[in-house]
Design a binder for this molecule. Sequence first.
Ligand SMILES: [Zn+2]
Length: 178
Amino acid sequence: MLSNKIRITVRPQKLARYSEKHARFYRKYAIAVFRTLRKPLFQKFLNWMMKRENIEEHMVTNVQVMAFPFRKKNGKGLAGKRNLKGEIFIYPKRLDFCRKLIRNCGKEKVYSYIKNRARATLIHELLHVKHLGDEGKVRELTRKYFYNFVRHQNTENSKSLHNYENVAHAVKTFYFAF
Ligand SMILES: [Zn+2]
């Protein structure tokens, strides 16, 4: 099971750079992502997707939910990446960004955005395992599979329209974040 390969990674040298308040926020964030990605319904979906795409589980060494954001040289954030050892890294959005979003959209929406962003990132990085550097193809498939998951999830719990709007927004912002 992929769920056994998911863990939270805290880099001590990064931890030292953050205030206690920031560290507390990112700890909560990482735990929320960790739980979301391990949820049985999502795991079942990933298994189905990996079978369909011929992605074998042994190609993924582990999935690391990173406690702190990654900033590229151009100042932009990064949602996820993977390396040649088959490790997948999922990064959080920055605290400032989340704060602004909470002010504009409310806590509940931001929480669901955070969860959907993490799901979409993992789907995206898993698809890279198969389609390597073909970013266009991976994005197209991420969108397809992500909507698939959301539709399925919505038949299981009935708050469909509300969720669907959230997710549409999350997908848009997710790609914006690249
Ligand atoms: Zn990509």
